[in-house]
Design a protein around this ligand. Structure first.
Ligand code: CP
Length: 341
């Protein structure tokens, strides 16, 4: 997907195949879910992220692209990967990042989300990255704020930046070709924003998607989703090119959805014997955090088939691309500048 210029070469200013892409005018103010993006726009995000991957491989990983811009990282739910990678992404682009957690904010004193958001807006940030336990929280902010709002996960609704980093990971594995590939999403789909955003994005890019879960962990009316639904893992995994395991979201589940963790692990936990039924070269993804021995066998998580840590690495590049695109978007009649080297 990328052409790597030699280190120190003036050719670095030319981003090769992405150069044409880099001139795409980004028109969106906010990223609430991948459904807002066209397939061309998704490909543009992935090409831009591929460029930033190259920057992340340099000894000095910092460029002045967003110098003088400020980004608030407003995480009202726990996060390791998304929060740290957005922070790192902003800093590598020379933006100033400010982290706010629910426990350290006035939300914990009874302030409403609206008042917290308007307070943050009054400080004139260029973007707010929000994670919140309520579906629709990102849209609520986007409708009220002038700055860009990027959804870092809202309730069980959407996790667009996770789906984009998963797409970059699979695109690199499959050399950009999604058509004819089959991805199995396995586990707690009912409570998963990752599953919802990935079904939208993978099908948009041309992949076939299967879901496999106990009946109690499937969403209502899965027949209305553009997927094939399975209840037996050995059948679901037959011939697939990738398996995306999901964590059991115990914090979002009502009691009684599962007989027990041991029974779940025995029936729906992904193991090497399942991967033997998948297509040759099939890979394993997991958005994290993983529960070893529950949804995924511990040795499989650490095996050569596992792309879990590559997903984390790609998360920084994708979030750099998104901060770059959303924070430098121009009015519809102005052309967007190319990516600075
Ligand atoms: N995948 C994901 O969203 O991980 P975090 O909860 O650690 O951000």
């Amino acid at each position: 997907m990328t052409t790597r210029p030699k280190r120190g070469s003036p050719a670095r200013a030319n981003v090769g195949p992405e150069r044409k892409d880099a001139a795409m005018q980004w028109k969106h103010k906010d990223l609430l879910d991948v459904s807002q993006l066209s397939a061309d726009e998704v490909r543009h995000v992935l090409a831009t992220a591929a460029y930033f991957r190259e920057i992340n491989s340099r000894p000095v990983k910092k460029v002045p692209t967003l110098k003088g811009r400020s980004v608030v990282l407003f995480f009202a739910e726990p996060s390791t990967r998304t929060k740290t990678s957005f922070d790192m992404a902003g800093k590598r682009l020379s933006a100033d990042t400010f982290a706010l957690a629910k426990s350290g904010s006035s939300l914990s004193k009874g302030e409403t989300l609206k008042d917290t958001a308007l307070t943050l807006q009054a400080m004139n940030p260029d973007g707010i990255v929000i994670r919140h336990g309520s579906s629709g929280a990102a849209q609520f902010l986007a409708e009220r704020l002038e700055c860009s709002v990027i959804n870092a996960g809202d309730g069980r609704h959407a996790h667009p930046t996770q789906a984009l980093l998963d797409a970059l990971t699979l695109s690199r594995r499959w050399k950009g070709e999604f058509s004819g590939k089959t991805v199995l999403i396995l586990g707690d789909i009912a409570h998963s924003r990752v599953a919802r955003s990935n079904v939208l994005l993978l099908t948009m890019l041309g992949a076939n998607v299967r879901l496999c879960a106990p009946r109690t962990l499937l969403p209502p009316r899965p027949d209305t989703w553009p997927v094939a639904v399975y209840s037996e893992l050995p059948q679901a995994v037959q011939g697939v090119d990738a398996v995306m395991c999901l964590r059991l979201q115990l914090e979002r589940q009502q009691a009684g959805l599962l007989p027990g963790l041991r029974e779940y692990a025995r029936t729906f936990g992904l193991s090497p014997r399942h991967m033997a039924l998948a297509a040759p070269g099939a890979c394993v993804l997991h958005p994290g955090p993983i529960n070893r021995g529950v949804e995924i066998d511990s040795a499989l998580a650490d095996s050569a088939e596992s792309l879990i840590l590559e997903q984390v690495e790609n998360g920084v590049a994708v979030r750099m691309a998104l901060l770059y695109l959303y924070l430098t978007r121009k009015s519809p009649d102005a052309a967007q500048s190319g990516i600075p080297a």
